[in-house]
Design a protein around this ligand. Structure first.
Ligand SMILES: CC(C)(COP(=O)(O)OP(=O)(O)OC[C@H]1O[C@@H](n2cnc3c(N)ncnc32)[C@H](O)[C@@H]1OP(=O)(O)O)[C@@H](O)C(=O)NCCC(=O)NCCS
Length: 186
């Protein structure tokens, strides 16, 4: 694969079957159905908007997908609009070639342009810091569902607007489609 031939663009409604197939290849038959359901529900969920669904395509083949949904920090006063990265997937045949990093970067750039200040993820603590994410809990930003201490590093934040870390604290609320405890297990 020539990395230069990969284009990152907004997902279209007719990409849905290819995104399902990609999620199945990336997450495996056991885990994928729940992830497919989550993505389908999020794409129809008004509380998830503004939403960003991006695909990485090589010609017509969907090789990667990333979803960002609306979140907010419950500060106790005016809630702060934020975004949540979940899920993302790259086809196993082309993993490790930078496509995931490009999907994250494209998403963060678009969210910054939308004036989103904080982006959250519950994920691999060895992966997302490559894209500038850092542990969120230590900054007083807690996840929608409790994360056990041994997995605390998996709850991360990326700051897109300076001056927010340490100033804004509270629990993060996510869209209805993601507001299920079984999705918050790392
Ligand atoms: C996680 C995932 C999206 C990364 O996509 P990718 O295109 O392979 O990522 P990149 O090419 O940008 O980065 C690859 C690097 O990240 C590392 N990496 C990938 N997954 C990692 C993980 N779980 N923990 C730590 N490092 C990881 C790779 O080892 C590689 O390291 P290298 O550059 O030193 O060789 C992809 O592996 C995937 O789809 N996995 C299955 C689904 C999944 O777990 N999704 C994330 C949770 S929602």
């Amino acid at each position: 694969m020539n990395p230069e031939s990969i284009e990152i663009r907004a997902a279209r409604p007719d990409d849905r079957p290819a995104i399902h197939a990609l999620l199945t290849a990336a997450f495996g038959a056991e885990e994928a159905p729940r992830i497919v359901q989550l993505v389908d529900e999020a794409l129809e969920d008004p509380s998830a908007r503004p939403l960003l669904s991006l695909v990485a395509v090589d010609g017509t083949r969907v090789l990667g997908h990333i979803l960002f949904t609306r979140a907010e920090v419950d500060t106790g006063g005016e809630p702060l609009a934020a975004s949540l990265l979940a899920p993302m997937a790259v086809h196993p045949e082309v993993q490790g070639q930078g496509i995931g990093g490009r999907l994250i970067a494209a998403g963060l750039e678009a969210l910054e342009a939308m004036d989103v200040g904080l982006v959250f993820v519950l994920g691999h603590p060895g992966y997302y810091p490559r894209s500038g994410f850092e542990p969120a809990g230590r900054h007083g930003l807690s996840a929608p569902y409790p994360i056990p201490d041994e997995h605390a590093a998996a709850w991360m934040v990326k700051v897109l607007r300076s001056g927010l870390l340490g100033q804004v604290t509270g629990r993060v609320r996510c869209a209805a489609a993601l507001d299920h405890g079984d999705l918050w297990v790392e």
